[in-house]
Design a protein around this ligand. Sequence first.
Ligand code: C2G
Length: 130
Amino acid sequence: MKTVITYGTFDILHVGHVNLLRRARALGDRLVVGLSTDEFNRGKHKSSLLNYENRKAVLESIRYVDEVFPERDWDQKAGDIMRYGADVFVMGADWSGRFDALSQYCEVVYLPRTAEISTTEIKMSLDSSS
Ligand code: C2G
């Protein structure tokens, strides 16, 4: 059983997130996702429109996702990797290099981002149309 692990806010789920999740899942037999809590988002200076429970329910409905757990701080990844026995850690390329230290625990893979879409852009177009 090859386990893949990734993290994110996944607010207002869109094709960029789905492309990441699909490619991450394809690297193993199961995908577990650390979902940023609302509190952790505040620490990331990101406010999500949808709260944790809402984002979690949406993420759990995605066929590529096997389990969702809370991401509460920057330092929990090594413990999560060991707890889940993760073989591969995946993030979008906007994080390239930032998590290389995790290569002592598992393979670290950065995947190209999906161009032309982001939750920020969606929020901005919502604001401008209101
Ligand atoms: N993503 C992507 N293409 C996009 C938008 C997002 O590939 N157009 C990827 C990001 O690179 C990330 C994942 O989708 O790997 C989730 O993106 P966010 O919800 O924005 O997560 P982020 O704020 O980057 O949080 O500890 C790590 C952080 O929790 C990551």
